[in-house]
Design a protein around this ligand. Structure first.
Ligand SMILES: [Zn+2]
Ligand SMILES: [Zn+2]
Length: 129
């Protein structure tokens, strides 16, 4: 199955084949600020599953202990995809950008020490950190 992730305005899209290698929500400060929400929904696909990258994007370089390159739409500002040094050979794509072709539920929750106390999660999700 091919799914398309798109930014808010629809100018930037990225197509992926198959299911994500990793599908998780993350409660770290970086994900909170990136999304403006209580947590980020991060999906990772092997680079071979990912089609052409959009060109109407700019990149934001994130330093620190988990360096990333994060691409966002120049028109609407949505973060659409990224590369994280921690997951070489994979492309991260914002789970919410698949709103028109929804992914399955995440299977993991990470950076749980930053989780907002009011966020409840299914017990069967794998927890790390
Ligand atoms: Zn856009
Ligand atoms: Zn995070």
């Amino acid at each position: 199955m091919t799914r398309r992730a798109a930014c808010c305005c629809g100018k930037c899209t990225i197509d992926v084949d198959g299911e994500p290698a990793f599908n998780a929500i993350c409660h770290c400060r970086n994900c909170k600020k990136r999304t403006g929400s209580a947590f980020g929904w991060s999906t990772y696909f092997a680079d071979s599953q990912v089609g052409n990258r959009p060109t109407d994007v700019s990149v934001y370089e994130v330093g620190g202990s988990n360096p990333q390159q994060r691409w966002f739409c120049r028109n609407c500002g949505s973060t659409l995809f990224w590369k994280a040094a921690a997951l070489p050979g994979h492309t991260g794509i914002a789970g919410g950008c698949f709103a028109d072709n929804p992914l399955g539920a995440p299977s993991a929750t990470v950076s749980n020490d930053g989780r907002c106390a009011w966020v409840g999660l299914p017990n069967e999700w794998r927890r790390s950190l």
